[in-house]
Ligand binder design. Sequence first.
Ligand code: PLP
Length: 393
Amino acid sequence: MKSHVMPTYSRLPISFDRGQGVWLWDQNNNRYLDALSGIAVCNLGHAHPLVRDAISEQAGRLIHTSNIYGISNQEQLATRLADLSGMSSIFFSNSGAEANEAAIKLARLYGHQTGIEKPEIVVMENSFHGRTLATLSATGNPKVQQGFEPLVEGFVRIPFNNIDALQNHSSNQSIVAVLVEPVQGEGGVHIPDSNYLQQLRRICDQNDWLLMLDEIQTGIGRTGKMFAYQHTDIIPDVCTLAKALANGVPIGACMTAGKATDILTAGMHGSTFGGNPLACAAALAVLKTIEETGQIQKAAEMGDYLLTGLQNVLSHHPDIVEIRGLGMMIGIQLSSDCTELVNQALKLNTLINVTAGNTIRLLPPLILETSQADQLVDTLTQLITNRKPLSAP
Ligand code: PLP
């Protein structure tokens, strides 16, 4: 039967009917280990009872009003996020791209307020910031941009994890901000040097640039801290969130601090749905659950366990270039394209992702247990050792 869904995704031949914890069941009742969490969204696993109860309670009371009225859940969520992050003032959207759009608009306004006519934002090679026109222009992947020219102007691109490249732009009077992922996700799970964010902070301070962190994939415990910048002692000026914030209910956030705080004012930005009572109830339940269960510390430990397990078994395999990770964000880089492994993993009832062509990306729910991590290591070992690279004769 012809699908009437626009084919913007080349979908895998499977569809899921229900989930519980780290497990998903397809329509024939086959069970799968989810090592992707809907791409870093369902960090608390599927059908989490506290999130489910918060959503159904709120849905039975009030789903939506409008941002022209006060929204008590939104106020509570902003306060909670501010407490957890050290940030001051938060705009709520419905997705990651929209959170980044808010950040980009804010950076331009900041520039105009300081007399810069054509503000520019420094962005990174291999980055991913979304699919809207401004965010795809900020993204460092020509495939994402192709066909959508003319791109939004005002972005200066430099290599990731390269402080000298940024220093070289210090004399550029048009620059107003640096937008960067603390760990590049879509780009291939690239973890920068441990002092990278501090160095960025220092250079931004020296030049009066905003440091804007895209924590859409890394945020909400994914890397073993609530926010990845909390592995350091810095606070960014802007930090964007989405994905795991409400465990699957659409929400995004653009958090601001310091000189970025009071830039967007009434009438400058908005969203019909952004931060509505339902989405905020789900996000509040997520943050409460994470805190009460000590989930982030557990995720940091389980991430180490999984990474070490993979490294012990696979590091010396000839096809492996590197196995790297931070918390529950793990990349296994192979020496050649390995996109075929996604389908092969499916046959072994496991959901994984391959990004940048040659890197297996693992983003399991933070609630992963030891036995499930062991199962994942076994499956990946089987997949990689039985693999016949496409490039092989
Ligand atoms: N930024 C990063 C780092 C992401 O990983 C993503 C999505 O993968 C986005 C932005 C875009 O988020 P969304 O798909 O919710 O618009």
